[in-house]
Design a protein around this ligand. Sequence first.
Ligand code: ADP
Ligand code: MG
Ligand code: MG
Ligand code: MG
Length: 400
Amino acid sequence: MSNYRPLSEAEAIEYARQIPELFSPGAELVSREIGDGNLNLVFHISEPSTGKSIILKQALPYAKVVGESWPLTLDRARIESEALQIEESLCPDLVPHVYAYEKDLALTVMEDLSDHVIMRRGLIEGNRYPLFAEHISRFLANTLFFTSDLGMNQQAKKLQQGRFINPELCKITEDLIFSDPYRDADTNNIEAHIRDAAEQIWTDNELQLEVSLLREKFLTKSQALLHGDLHTGSIFIKPDSTKVIDPEFAYYGPMGFDIGAVLANLLLNFAAQEGWSKDASSRADYRQYLLQTVRDVWTGFERSFRQLWTESGVDVMFSSEAYQNHFMSELLKDVFGYTGAKMVRRVYGLAHVADIDKIEDTAARERAQRIALAIGTTLIRQHRKAATIEEMIDIAAKSV
Ligand code: ADP
Ligand code: MG
Ligand code: MG
Ligand code: MG
């Protein structure tokens, strides 16, 4: 075994002191553990006299789920820091800078983004982020294109893929997104008032076939290096800046999974609006804003991705317009399916979202859950026929 041990706040300070050219020698430093404590420790370390600060994120060797510890590889800290560095090389303004990674302690030292807010919270508070769609579509286009066989040397891609196999974190996704919600699994966390909807899904063979197809693609389609957990809790935001954090689930998978994660979380907030905007007209406005953002994320992604492809494609067999059109239309189908799958699991699977769960009024919360399930299951059912992003917007608009 290595020299691994979970750091205390005082040990985190001592570690941070060694980082060159950051804190003043001998300075008084302050450390606070700010993570939610389920998977990782997150220390905020600052030097009050200069205002300098950093984040030190350390992986724990287990996850606390369903009341028990579930052993989980420390190697995910390497995966996270390497993925952040690849992302930084492709879109430096959209991720935190990594100062250091230390293998034995499974820790990453990175830029402090405390002047941003977690986007899930920002949306719950009803904020609008006019630059978000441009930022996230550029993040998606650059990270997915330049790690795929379209945009990188294909031998180098295979070697890179070998550094991101990530079986333990993939298994979490395989179970919690593509298996457990579709049967009466112990991990499900079902509020009694929507149990009927879950039970209906467990016996819906048509829906289950579509989920099996999405699961198969998640297991086998090594298209690009994914972030792997790109929900609005992994996005830090403020009006002029967007930063993607927490890529510990990174692996080579289907591109539509990351794009779908972003769209699903916008639509989960859409489903939950009755809990957050109390009057009908501001609610309708905010929902319009969210749907416009869904549209802008996909269209912005498609525009940037096609442009990168035309300018920087590496494979002559993939350079025709007909192939590019085919690829984009298949990708949109995956996006529909993964958006739907990401929504369903958040309603009654193991891990929910605050957008819905924090609605105090039970009747409003139930309506949010049923709207999210209606959108999610429709997207899954129709994903292989999807042809334009407008269909997703119509499905959402018709659900309320
Ligand atoms: P986990 O993998 O445990 O979900 P995250 O990377 O999502 O860990 O971080 C958990 C929380 O720690 C975030 O929601 C945020 O509040 C805080 N945090 C993480 N990274 C940073 C950062 N670079 N700057 C400021 N706060 C951060
Ligand atoms: Mg804590
Ligand atoms: Mg996180
Ligand atoms: Mg995480």
